[in-house]
Design a protein around this ligand. Structure first.
Ligand SMILES: [Zn+2]
Length: 266
């Protein structure tokens, strides 16, 4: 699936991995002015390059190093000569090539490696200025891009959903909450999310996301103080795990979220 969806000055590029012809996991990139923000999964790279040929895209900005966001970058660089800008900490990871668990390779395939240039504090062009905001948690490399004049937040994978329950083992929910607070302080109005799409009432949504995790953390601490173990706390607060931990060999689980919420602050 590759579906460009114009929405005012933004174009949402919806892409999905498919299994037996059905989309199983969707992710978006966005075209704005002369920028492409994120680049979808490796499977959509050829379609993305074709689409960009007819567009005024001159630079590609990546929000973090995950394969469903950087998958088109190598092809865009090689075939269209576009410069790729990535968070500084992602540059060596992208140059070396991603090391991905098998289940992620199966869903997305592994992106080819490429040379990116490190993002500075801002990205500027005709009619826009985006501030680069470090927002670790979902990934250590993660950044958001904030247009202070329009009050737009290109949020990569910071938001995704108000009630995210499954985290990867390496994610830090505490850092993620700090990052949510950092962008909330900027008072964004439009949330431009790589999974949920373009959403109004950005600040209210971000505040509700923080509130849900904080509330869950409070309940988890109460149960821990009663002597319950992490697995039991997880089951009581979030229910059964379902198939994701099984499919991801334990990488994705609700348990990771509860464990992270219970961890002592660094
Ligand atoms: Zn991600």
């Amino acid at each position: 699936m590759f579906r460009p969806t114009p929405q005012g000055p933004l174009t949402r590029l919806r892409m999905a991995s498919t299994f037996l012809g059905r989309p199983v996991y969707e992710v978006s990139a966005y075209a704005f002015a002369d920028l492409l923000i994120d680049s979808g999964p490796p499977q959509s790279a050829a379609r993305l390059v074709e689409w960009c040929r007819g567009q005024p895209v001159r630079r590609v900005i990546l929000t973090h190093h995950h394969e469903d966001h950087v998958g088109g970058a190598a092809a865009l660089q090689e075939e269209l000569g576009l410069p790729i800008l990535a968070p500084t900490s992602a540059v060596p990871i992208l140059a070396e090539g991603l090391r991905m668990p098998l289940y992620r390779k199966a869903v997305w395939r592994t992106p080819r490696r490429f040379r990116a240039e490190p993002l500075g504090a801002t990205v500027e062009g005709a009619g826009y200025r985006l501030h680069v905001i470090p927002t670790p948690g979902h990934a250590a490399t993660h950044v958001c891009l904030f247009d202070a004049e329009r009050r737009w937040l290109f949020s990569g994978d910071l938001y995704v959903h108000e009630r995210v329950r499954y985290l990867r083992r390496i994610e830090s929910v505490r850092e993620h909450i700090d990052s949510l607070r950092r962008v909330l302080a900027l008072k964004p109005e439009l949330l431009i999310c790589d999974h949920a799409g373009i959403l109004e009432n950005a600040s209210e949504r971000l505040a509700r996301k923080i509130g849900w995790w904080e509330d869950l953390g409070g309940k988890a601490r109460e149960l821990r103080d009663q002597g319950l173990a992490v697995d039991e706390i997880t089951r009581r607060l979030l229910g059964r795990e379902g198939f994701l931990p099984w499919f991801s060999l334990g990488d994705f689980s609700q348990r990771n979220l509860i464990r992270g919420l219970l961890a002592d602050p660094a």
